[in-house]
Design a protein around this ligand. Sequence first.
Ligand SMILES: O=C(O)CCC(=O)C(=O)O
Length: 286
Amino acid sequence: MISEQQARFYADNGYLVVEKLFDAEQVGAALAAIDELLDPDNADKAFEVEPQDANTVRRIWSPTQKHDVFEQLAAAPALVDSVAKLIGENVLFHYSKLNMKGPKVGSVVEWHQDFSYYPHTNSDLVAVLIFLDAASKENGCLRVIPGSHRLGLQSHDVDGFFRGKVQNINEDVAEHLEVPAGGAVFLHCLTLHASARNESDLPRRTFLPAYRAADAFPIYFGPHAAHNEPGIKLLRGEPARVARVEAGVHRLPIAERDFGSLYEVQEGSHLSKPMEQMKTAGYAVV
Ligand SMILES: O=C(O)CCC(=O)C(=O)O
């Protein structure tokens, strides 16, 4: 479990690196589970490939719903204890994904705040990036702007429509978070973050379960919130009988056309992709 000092660091900076969360055996089991999910005989093809290389998967959707190993990791007491320390005792599992960041291709993730994709009544939402390979500058480790969770929700629009990215970031103040395999980054939903293309020969596979306080409710059922909600699960504490509301005005993620993923809306590739084609390709179009 994370210490008081670590919890204070998170409160001040909007992120926390934990160098050892899972051991080599747990990481090995997660990597073996990924191989099973990617097996060509596996009927569930709900993943997304790199635009430049159709043989390289960049995103596997909802791994907790597809493999026991990920369901168990997301509910592991060491992880949920730490999450509870950051967002309170009533912890809802929110959604999960695997970002695969393959060697020499792994897509850029542009600067953004997760909250822009799924605004809620309050901001006690945390995503945990669990690194299954060591993350370095070369393979596109996470970058964050410390303290940016205090800035409020920034515009993620381009030309009046949601494009899931913030422009004109001062990257001089960004931190690179290099983390060993089995380590994790706890990320506040308003912290500005990004990652570069993977320039190395090594993958940077990352499991991302995300959690929220039980009294945080989505305020807009656009593609992401609507996609997440069916999988939510109370892992700790009591279901909410009230919605806790932080005062403020939030931009809603209203895109020019529906999109399947963060990558697509940031790249703008959804703008030329008819919905039917996306559905046929197995994208989570809702
Ligand atoms: O995988 C990364 O480097 C960042 C992921 C991220 O920000 C996301 O998927 O929302």
